[in-house]
Design a protein around this ligand. Structure first.
Ligand code: ADP
Ligand code: MG
Length: 479
């Protein structure tokens, strides 16, 4: 074990899925022509007044309730002042001392059997800035202000993570949660879900935190893991060479798989935060919070517990099946067809289906094998029409679009042989062809049974019922 311990805290920006902006009526839809969705309020032109979007507040509360946080009944918007071309009004409306969502927590499971609680310091509402475009005009940068004023929930974790793997598990947990709650579409490529990682190291056993750097420009979980690991190594090299870590913001370059310095880290007082005089404080009634609590869907943690207690699934399988909303929906849709085959179904989803999805790089919602088709496959395994091995062939054929389960079994002649007469004929043939092995078995070498089962299965092209073959072989070989 290394003498260094890494410490990681994440700041996650989740774009809230409201139709209009946080302080104006302009649309938040992604992908429009540049600068067609930024109105006078988003640009902060003189004389305009922002009006708070109620839905954004409600979504922030949904999140707060889901992480069992304290919801502040009184919260205030503040101006964070800085200059940047994509922020023409010179300040970002954010929250500072009084955020809507206070301390909460989530549980992560970074590996099978591992559980850890991660603290969430706060979550606050703020508006997004515009975007600078550097790759479209030679010698010039473009500015697209469509994103200006889009509502964001900034979720700040405690520095509770100790490895890149834990950080990824935490980020995935938050990603899953905001999608279960339907407050964010989670699209990382489009920037609707962005993670900044704060990384420091210290000698194992030290209480004091080391100097941290903040990593930006990370747009996938894979890059999050790589960026953090690169940064941990870089900091260890510095300290071991007797240098020190500079507190700064660093940009992750996915192509080179490295981080590089972007700017020195600013302190909060550089921003001259002050309460926004154009906006009233937000007062939230307890009854509003209660109404929102009552309207929450079943959350991943509750779902997981239900899968374990009511369905008898293992902790790990329950964790994987509830890790995202689409997988849970797939599982539950299929389970409605085969309520008694829960374990078998879970294995197929987490095994062959997940493998095929990963290989093809597609999401479960776009799987060519629908939950109904997979359920039908499980029905045919359970009623002994096909063996588990043949089922893999049927699955592959369904994946390739050859039709439904029964159609494929019929067309390819895969029906399991359960007719004892037919199996007996195969067994007799195998016994007749292998007198030496028969001799060995009768002399007490039990292991040879496996050889016979294998031969009979081979003769039947995998279609004989293995249980039946086993039982009948034992009978025959005895005599
Ligand atoms: P800022 O607003 O300047 O970015 P915060 O104090 O709000 O700073 O912290 C931002 C994030 O950095 C939090 O997620 C926090 O857990 C994390 N963090 C703070 N100090 C450290 C540290 N020494 N090492 C790793 N992460 C840290
Ligand atoms: Mg920060």
């Amino acid at each position: 074990m290394s003498e260094w311990e890494s410490v990681i805290g994440l700041e996650i920006h989740a774009q809230l899925a409201t139709k209009s902006k946080i302080f104006s009526g302009a649309s938040t839809a992604f992908g429009a022509e540049p600068n067609t969705q930024a109105c006078a309020v988003d640009l902060g032109l003189p004389g305009v007044l922002p009006v708070l979007n109620r839905e954004a507040v409600s979504m922030a509360i949904r999140f707060g309730v889901a992480i069992e946080a304290e919801i502040d009944h009184y919260s205030v918007f503040a101006r964070k002042n800085y200059f940047y071309p994509d922020l023409p009004k010179g300040y970002q409306i954010s929250q500072y001392e009084l955020p809507i969502v206070g301390r909460g927590h989530v549980f992560i499971s970074p590996a099978e059997g591992e559980h850890k609680e991660i603290g969430i310091t706060r979550a606050h509402l703020e508006e997004d800035a515009g975007k600078s475009i550097h790759d479209q005009f030679p010698d010039m940068s473009g500015i697209d202000l469509n994103r200006a004023g889009t509502p964001l929930l900034e979720i700040v974790s405690e520095p509770d993570m100790r490895s890149a793997k834990e950080a990824v598990a935490y980020a995935r947990k938050i990603h899953s949660l905001v999608r279960y709650l339907e407050i964010c579409d989670g699209n990382m490529q489009e920037g609707s879900f962005r993670c900044d990682a704060n990384v420091s190291i210290r000698r194992r056993g030290d209480d004091k935190l080391g100097t941290r750097t903040e990593l930006k420009n990370i747009n996938s979980f894979r890059f999050l893991e790589r960026a953090i690991n690169f940064e941990i190594e870089r900091q260890i090299d510095l300290l071991e060479d007797g240098d020190s870590v500079v507190q700064e913001t660093r940009l992750y370059d996915a192509e080179r798989d490295e981080t590089r310095s972007m700017r020195s880290k600013e302190e909060a007082n550089d921003y001259r935060y002050f309460p926004d005089p154009d906006l009233l404080p937000v007062a939230i009634r307890e009854t509003d919070i209660e109404d929102i609590r009552a309207s929450l869907p079943e959350l991943p943690e509750q779902k997981k517990q239900r899968y374990i207690e009511d369905l008898g699934l293992s902790d790990y399988n329950a964790e994987l099946l509830t890790a995202n909303r689409e997988t849970a929906l797939y599982f539950e849709t299929a389970l409605a067809v085969v309520p008694k085959q829960c374990g078998l179904l879970a294995n197929w989803i987490l095994g062959d289906l997940t493998g095929a999805l990963n290989k093809a790089g597609i999401e479960i919602g776009a799987s060519p094998v629908t939950p109904e088709m997979l359920a039908q496959l499980v029905v045919r395994i359970a009623d002994n029409t096909i063996s588990g091995k043949i089922a893999k062939e049927v699955f592959e054929a369904m994946w390739q679009g050859e039709g439904d389960v029964d159609g494929i079994i019929e067309a390819r002649g895969l029906k399991q042989i359960t007719d004892s007469g037919a199996i007996e004929a195969l067994i007799d043939e195998v016994i007749a062809n292998n007198p030496d092995q028969v001799e060995q078995f009768r002399a007490g070498k039990e292991k040879v049974l496996g050889f016979f089962v294998g031969q009979v299965m081979k003769q039947s092209q995998g279609k004989a019922n293995p249980g039946q073959v086993n039982a009948m072989l034992r009978e025959k070989l005895k005599t």
